[in-house]
Ligand binder design. Structure first.
Ligand code: DX5
Ligand code: ZN
Length: 227
């Protein structure tokens, strides 16, 4: 583990550029670009072609990029059996691992397995899953991730109707006086980040709007942190 999510306050606005939108022929310089641009995290979308209808990359890519970056590796597992694979992603260089509450495994067991590796743990909800699905686990995780698109592909349209879910989860976190980060993922840019901030999210995953920003990653990242 290189970086620790627990060093950040849950009120801090943090940006986690999604590598899925980067130029895969130049991962080294693409990562350096967002690191210099002010990102705190790097979002790594792992897809298995089963839990979501797409394949991306796995452990070997993470092992390779670990050598060129000190960013907090924020691994988003969109896979059917997160419990089975969590340790291998930690070994590859993950600092934080998020899994889906809709996956086949028992969430408590997955959280325990992630913690045993030394990584921080996050739980994610797809658009059709209600906020209440993560309530039983709020005191056991470091982060909740609310999908603002159907998981599987970058470059989709932001779903504004997810904001009530973000708000409900933030309220429950605060009601229980917990220190849990709230991340949003999918279609987040300088405009759509505003309702996310208002609803109580503090970590913004952004692929297209950062890696493909016409005015550069630095301006895009600064725009995402503007209250
Ligand atoms: C979607 C992924 C996202 C995606 C975000 O399944 O979880 O992280 O890469 O990409 P943009 O920001 O382009 O919507
Ligand atoms: Zn993601």
């Amino acid at each position: 583990m290189i970086a620790d999510l627990r060093k950040f306050d849950c009120g801090d606005l943090l940006v986690s550029p999604s590598l899925l939108a980067a130029d895969f022929a130049r991962l080294d310089s693409e990562i350096a670009r967002v690191e210099k641009g002010g990102a705190e995290l790097l979002h790594l979308d792992v897809m298995d072609g089963h839990f979501v209808p797409n394949l991306s990359f796995g452990g070997p890519v993470i092992t390779s990029i670990r050598k060129v970056s000190k960013l907090l590796f924020d691994v988003h597992l969109m896979i059917s059996h997160p419990e089975k694979y969590a340790a291998s992603f930690a070994k590859a260089g993950a600092d934080h691992i998020t899994f889906h509450v809709e996956s086949d495994d028992d969430p408590e067991a997955v959280i325990r397995t992630i913690r045993e590796t030394g990584c921080t743990a996050g739980i994610c909800v797809k658009p059709k899953t209600p906020a209440e699905a993560v309530f039983p686990y709020l005191d056991k995780v470091d982060m909740v991730l609310v999908m603002t698109v159907e998981p599987g592909f970058g470059g989709q349209k932001f779903m504004a109707d997810m904001m009530s879910k973000v708000q409900a989860i933030r309220q429950e976190i605060d009601r229980k006086s917990l220190k849990v980060h709230l991340e949003v993922d999918g279609g987040v840019d300088r405009e759509t980040v505003k309702p996310c901030i208002a609803a109580g999210a503090n970590i913004f995953v952004a692929g297209t709007s950062v890696f493909r920003a016409p005015d550069g990653a630095e301006a895009a990242i600064a725009g995402l942190k503007h209250r």
